[in-house]
Ligand binder design. Sequence first.
Ligand code: MRU
Length: 342
Amino acid sequence: MSEISPIRWKGSHLELLDQRLLPQQEVWIALHTVQEVADAITDMVVRGAPAIGVTAAYGVVLSARHQQQHDAGSWRTGFDADMQMLAQARPTAVNLGWAISHMQQLVEQGADLDALEAAAIRVHEEDVAACKAMGDYGASLIHEKTSIITHCNAGALATAGYGTALGVIRSVNRDGHLLMSYADETRPWLQGARLTAWELAQDNVPVTLISDSAASYLMKNRQIGWVVVGSDRIAANGDVANKIGTYQLAITARHHGVKFMVAAPTTTIDMQAATGDDIPIEERSQDEVLSVFGNRIAADVPAWNPAFDVTPASLVDVIVTEKGVIESPDREKIAAHMRQGE
Ligand code: MRU
């Protein structure tokens, strides 16, 4: 069971494990203002859709506290401006907007500062519980020993703990069904090489690192049963936005008869996005492609650096959420799934 968690609420402030420095250094950063929280999300001190959502919920608490101390009478003006600023921190992961609107609704209903803090802690705790449920639903689909490829980091470091895709891999390993997990290195930010490999090794889950371009050859030559990934936003028709490179992995999985699973909490499903075309795709600095850790590796040319891509629902065999399993997802199945337990 993973004890790794990248977010610590200290009552007066928030602490984040700086994911830009892993695995070489484990440094925690203290954040006291909502501006520092937004900057930490933009700069990828914290990353991964659910972890961004949990972090934002604490950012809302820091803003409400500061604005009420500053101007008890008309604190909402400053608070609303803070919320707009926080919502701009990164565009693709819908969990950011979800957490902000969830907390804003409580403010509308008259929640005081203690109630807001309790709500943020609940968002944090519920994310761990959701990951564990997803892990078990995903593992229940895998009955024989097999190997799994994963992309980016959808682990404890990308959530409040345990992970979405890596939660499934942890549960498969616990059940004795994991031959090997293969982590794509995930150029250009190297979430796979730096974070996924590190956290699975910490938990003694068998893991082998591959370059992104080795995935098709691996599927052809080794016993790969599944690709399991997380998501930053799932559209109402089942199209899945995730780290750049996920789409080509889904295409090659279908070609080789390898199953493709997406593990994501229902807070990642955006019923306002009709299809993947409605999902904003973040484009990050070309320097991330042209250089590695500040050292220029490329010739003197420009680079294009979309951080995410969209895998069409037709290439997704199954989505697992904390509520259960959606096989061959489509608009009707997703709508029914979202209504479940309401
Ligand atoms: O740019 P990042 O590192 O925030 O991208 C993260 C991903 O794409 C993850 O796969 C996704 O957020 C799911 S995390 C459980």
